[in-house]
Ligand binder design. Structure first.
Ligand SMILES: Nc1ncnc2c1ncn2[C@@H]1O[C@H](COP(=O)(O)OP(=O)(O)OP(=O)(O)O)[C@@H](O)[C@H]1O
Length: 300
């Protein structure tokens, strides 16, 4: 489990993290989302033990991570900007990681060759294409068999088939070994498919941290067409956060239990009534781009 408690970090007087608190449960896939500059990479670098916080604490399995080799041996990282020794090949790095990660599995290294058939593991990694370098990073990280896997924009550069393959390998590890995966990405569509928890960061703070199911059980998007041209006056206690209209079809984003809300709307005998879950992308947009921070209201 990763526990980040009230972490602050400033760079030259600029407060990049401002009392950031988050919890990643063991065996979960936690998606960290937020606009550019929100502090995602900075908090990930704290969690991987690269930065020391100005204040607050970062515990992995109950232990502080900074300058703690025993804890770092449980964590593997695929950073945004991959770094290897200048002329190292995937095979060289595998040898290096074998010495660093007690759980490194050489048999798995050979078995995964099949999953990454286009990566020549004798070639220097820096000579591989960007996507191949990412594949090599996943190949190595999966063999380290870490308890915690930290991924910063992980599938950037991978083609769609390889993305799917990599996620399926990761999800297999989560299911079989209880690996905890913390992933930062701007690809909300993809996170929605794989994550069970989401944290939304803004200005160095976590604005909202929930399971995806909780998020989607507390708000609904209703598409409604009424028989009359003007929509009826809906009751005040129906917590409508946003309304839009295309032709006769109204779209309401409403806080509350989706089934209850649908039943209440059905009382108006609409010609069309459809209840849809909000996508993670919509939640993100309402939370950060909306005028009224509507979604934060939904879940608090
Ligand atoms: N080493 C550093 N020195 C100075 N400022 C930094 C440093 N690292 C991060 N920052 C600043 O901290 C803020 C957060 O940066 P960070 O890279 O964590 O954002 P991010 O959420 O990962 O953004 P993006 O989505 O663009 O990758 C930014 O304003 C950035 O300029």
């Amino acid at each position: 489990m990763i526990k980040v408690n009230n972490v602050t970090k400033s760079f030259d007087g600029f407060r990049a993290l401002d009392g950031l608190t988050m919890t990643v449960e063991q065996g979960s896939i936690y998606g960290l989302v937020g606009p550019n500059g929100a502090g995602k990479s900075t908090i990930l670098r704290h969690i991987m033990g690269v930065y020391r916080p100005d204040s607050g604490s970062i515990l992995v399995d109950g232990q502080p991570v900074f300058e703690n080799p025993a804890v770092k041996a449980k964590i593997a990282v695929i950073p945004d900007d991959l770094y290897y020794f200048p002329s190292a090949s995937t095979r060289d790095m595998a040898r290096f990681y074998r010495g660093m990660y007690p759980a490194f599995d050489g048999k798995r290294y050979e078995a995964l060759r099949e999953a990454f058939p286009d990566v020549d593991d004798k070639q220097p990694i820096r000579r591989l294409s960007k996507g191949m370098q990412k594949q090599s990073a996943f190949w190595l990280a999966l063999c380290c068999q870490p308890q915690v896997l930290v991924l910063d924009e992980p599938v950037d550069g991978l083609d769609p088939v390889m993305r799917r393959q990599v996620w399926s390998l990761l999800m297999g590890d989560v299911a079989q070994r209880g690996t905890t995966v913390l992933v930062s990405s701007h690809n909300l569509r993809e996170l929605e498919d794989v994550c069970d928890h989401v944290g939304i960061l803004s200005h160095g703070k976590v604005l909202l941290e929930r399971s995806l199911t909780d998020l989607q059980d507390n708000v609904v998007k209703l598409q409604v067409a009424f028989p009359q041209p003007e929509p009826p006056q809906l009751p005040d206690d129906l917590n409508i956060l946003h309304t839009s209209q295309i032709g006769r079809v109204f779209t309401y984003i409403v806080r509350g239990n989706p089934a209850d809300i649908k039943a209440r709307m059905a009382a108006y005998q609409p010609l069309l009534l459809e209840a849809l879950p909000l996508s993670l992308e919509e939640i993100f947009i309402y939370e950060l781009g909306g005028e009224d921070y509507a979604v934060r209201d939904i879940v608090l």
